[in-house]
Design a binder for this molecule. Structure first.
Ligand code: ADP
Ligand code: MG
Length: 803
């Protein structure tokens, strides 16, 4: 093929005293007509003037108004990115999702009649960037990586941060960073070194104030250009009753639409890939189509393998696409809940062109949604919230909305994070329904009652940064070499004291260097795990100490949280009553026996009790039965299993040799010395959460502990297996809770001698340590060590004994 020649830069008449250039574009007639319908095209001149006059411009407009596909073309035509122009740096466009980065690059290339050499994409495992690239679409994760390499972003003349309203962690951080880069480029420009950088922030019509009127970010406030949208009316239909199972309900609704309503594509919003596949399967078998059978097999492994290779190469990156991370911990779906033989009067025989769409789907499969369905077929796209704003699927007239979304949630108190399916926000439900009004008047079927929408839906979805554990966020920022997180200009900043505490914790976990607070080698490995840094540290230690086969299930269990059922119906455990039936008494007896079995003969750790319960469940062929007879929540145990599998796959990548021969299924209980190592590792994860037994006064009933984090004395929580035991001198705890008293929960007894080892950063030593290596090995190094709490001056004097 002949090499394409770069279009020339042509001089235009002067506009507003500015010498103007343009690059001619040869668009096809179809494209020209389609473009003219996009509301953003009308605003081209205003947008370009605003970009020339300001360093930062905000463009906000409804999804589908043409922002992503057209604004880069305006810049291209004005000469941005052309080597002969005065703005030779390329045009960068960021997207929170990979799928959008790839498909938008393709679309813009088609519209400009250029090849992917000129309009390119770059995502983590795939890039079409060349020397000729003028416009580059990338994920915001890729941009962050580039900023880490070249802070001035000197190869760019314009940077478009798209989908800013999504508030992904990466895009929030990117906006914070570019707010500084713009200023630097301005300063250097005065010195005549580089051209200024232009920033365009694009968002749907939501909450732009966090960017537009935020003096921390941009001064003066940047102009906001509102695109007047041309949306057709969408009729909203709420369900009269909120169904128990939205999957079954969605299936029925689609069948009804397909057989009764006029032509027009259907778009369905579900929460995860397993649901998407289950529903696609049922739809395909009810409305068979030749085209569906041809569809190639989907390999979700493809992306996972690539991910492993990446980590294998020694680079630990931020999660590039938040949806992908969420999809990796998808729960199994009970397909039998979709009643596929349900009767519908006059059910149609017309074929349905069913396509799945979710973040982990291979790119070529994702792009199928943009193609015309085969003749005579109605399009039906079954999607996760990927289809909510980044992609506008053509020809949709009906939206079926489960109202649900799977999100990362973080419990600030327990510092645990998990992935939960919950109601989405009002703003996002409205975005979803808007998808039906692009081609003509449309209909949105919300599979829930209007009262649920009014009362249970938040106004907006929370920014991702508020849903992430802050020490995890800080660790990830450090892995991007953002060392001063406390002064970082976040669009919505977390409390600085909390950031400071997070840094402190990371330093004591040895993830950050105590001198300059930069990330350490261990910290880099830790940042590869999508779990709290405490637990990630435990995994690294588990690897180094040959007990990984227990640490991984333990960490999975701790991350998911307490699976024990305590408040049994009719108060079986709590309220002992002489009137109790024989059955109740039996059950209570069994309950205590079960707990004793899990806790062991000499209970000394709630975490190890949890580990026993989880490991025991793996021996059972029927989880539900096992859970019912052992007073456990099946859902929690299933989640633990999934997280365990995910952690194993990451550990295999980080340390393939070590993990290769390791067996993670049906592990035997650890022996005594392994148990003691595991306990030390638990202590290393909770080093700031140590408590020491206080001397008991004669009048006191309960034993009290002093913690390093609270002035108030804490009691052992009744749920602990140590509650009725003789209290150990030192414990670490998972959680400090305040109800009628302050309680410590999730306890593990530890010996005094390990504190100076595992909690070294919390200790002050009576004489200087000459070697960083284990000082406790030799008799002559015997010394006194003090542990200092975060308040006051109380010191615990410890005498480390040589091990
Ligand atoms: P916005 O960014 O404002 O949400 P877009 O620029 O993404 O809007 O979309 C503008 C139009 O381009 C939409 O009508 C969309 O359907 C169309 N479009 C985008 N990508 C493709 C594609 N690959 N094939 C066909 N049409 C597309
Ligand atoms: Mg867009």
């Amino acid at each position: 093929k002949e090499e394409e020649e770069r279009p020339k830069l042509i001089e235009n008449t002067e506009i507003n005293n500015r010498k103007a250039f343009y690059v001619p574009v040869n668009r096809s007639d179809d494209i020209r007509v389609a473009r003219m319908k996009l509301p953003v095209v009308v605003e081209e001149q205003q947008i370009m003037e605003s970009i020339y006059e300001n360093d930062v411009v905000i463009i906000c407009g409804e999804t589908g108004s043409g922002k992503t596909t057209q604004v880069p073309q305006f810049l291209y035509e004005a000469g941005f990115g052309h080597p002969d122009s005065e703005n030779p740096g390329i045009v960068g466009v960021t997207q929170p999702r990979r799928v959008a980065a790839v498909s938008m690059a393709q679309r813009v290339a088609t519209e400009l009649n250029l090849s992917s050499e000129y309009v390119s994409h770059q995502i983590r495992f795939d890039s079409s960037v060349s020397k000729k690239t003028v416009i580059k679409f990338m994920t915001d994760g890729v941009l962050l990586k580039e900023i880490a390499k070249d802070f001035m972003l000197s190869s760019y003349s314009v940077l478009i941060i798209d989908e800013a309203h999504e508030r992904s962690l990466n895009s929030d951080i990117a906006i914070g960073l570019v707010s500084r880069i713009v200023k630097l480029r301005r300063e250097k420009e005065i010195n005549g070194i580089v051209r200024p950088l232009k920033i365009i922030i694009m968002s749907a019509t939501l909450r732009v104030d966090d960017f537009a009127n935020n003096p921390n970010l941009f001064t003066p406030s940047p102009p906001v250009i509102h695109i007047k949208s041309r949306q057709f009316p969408v009729t909203i239909h709420f369900n009269k009753k909120t169904p128990d199972d939205y999957l079954d309900e969605a299936f029925k609704k689609i069948c009804q639409i397909h057989s009764k309503l006029p032509a027009g594509g259907i778009l369905v919003f579900l929460t995860g890939q397993n649901e998407v596949h289950a529903l696609c399967k049922k739809l395909k078998s009810r409305y068979p189509s030749n085209s569906n059978q041809l569809e190639s097999k989907i390999s979700k492994e493809k992306t996972l393998i690539a991910k492993r290779e990446e980590i294998d190469a020694g680079s630990f990156e931020l999660d590039e696409d938040p949806d992908e991370v969420i999809e990796q911990v998808d729960s199994p779906v009970d397909e039998s809940k979709i009643e596929d033989d349900f009767y519908l009067e006059n059910d149609t025989k017309e074929p349905l062109h069913v396509l799945p769409l979710y973040a982990l789907l291979p790119t070529d499969e994702q792009l199928k949604v943009f193609k015309e369905p085969p003749p005579g077929h109605r399009l039906c796209v079954v999607a996760t919230n990927v289809a909510e704003t980044s992609l506008t699927i053509p020809g949709i007239s009906y939206v079926v909305d489960s109202g649900k979304v799977k999100e990362r949630v973080h419990d600030a108190k327990s510092k645990m994070q998990s992935f939960k399916v919950d109601w989405t926000s009002k703003a996002s439900a409205d975005q979803r329904s808007g998808r039906a009004g692009r081609v003509g008047p449309g209909h949105c079927y919300r599979l829930y009652h209007s009262a649920v929408f009014d009362n249970n839906f938040e106004k907006f979805s929370k920014p991702e940064i508020e849903r992430m554990p802050i020490e995890g966020v800080v660790l990830q920022m450090k892995s991007m070499h953002i060392d001063n997180v406390v002064n970082f200009p976040f669009p919505s900043p977390p409390n600085s004291q909390i950031l400071f505490e997070a840094e402190k914790l990371l330093m004591s976990l040895e993830a950050l260097d105590t001198n300059n607070k930069s990330i350490t080698y261990i910290g880099r490995m830790m940042s590869a795990f999508p779990i709290s840094p405490r637990f990630a540290k435990m995994i690294i230690l588990g690897m180094n100490n040959n007990v990984l086969q227990w640490i991984i299930p333990l960490v999975a269990a701790l991350s998911v949280g307490d699976p024990f059922v305590r408040d049994l119906e009719n108060g079986i455990v709590n309220e002992k009553d002489s009137q109790d039936s024989e059955e109740k008494r039996e059950k209570r007896k069994k309950y205590f026996q079960t707990h004793q079995t899990f806790a062991g003969k000499h209970p000394d750790s709630d975490s190890l009790k949890l580990l026993s319960a989880f490991c025991a469940s793996e021996y059972s062929s029927n989880i539900e039965d096992f859970c019912n007879t052992h007073f456990l929540r099946p859902k929690a145990i299933k989640e633990m299993k999934q997280l365990k599998a995910q952690l194993i796959s990451i550990a295999r990548v980080i340390n393939p040799k070590f993990c290769e021969k390791m067996k993670f299924d049906k592990v035997q209980p650890p022996n005594d010395s392994q148990r003691s190592i595991i306990k030390q590792i638990i202590a290393s994860g909770f080093i700031d959460q140590i408590a020491k037994l206080k001397p008991k006064m004669s009048h006191e009933k309960a034993f009290k502990y002093q913690t390093l984090l609270s002035k108030e004395d804490a009691l052992i929580h009744p749920s602990s297996c140590l509650f009725n035991e003789s209290p150990p001198e030192f414990v670490v705890y998972e959680e400090l809770v305040q109800t009628s008293h302050v309680y410590i929960k999730g306890l593990t007894a530890i010996s005094e001698s390990i504190i100076p080892i595992v909690a070294r950063s919390q200790c002050t030593f009576s004489k200087p340590l000459d070697t960083p290596e284990p000082f406790y090995n030799s008799e002559k190094d015997k010394m006194i060590c003090y542990v200092k709490p975060s308040f006051g001056t109380v010191l615990w004097e410890l005498t480390p004994t040589p091990i």
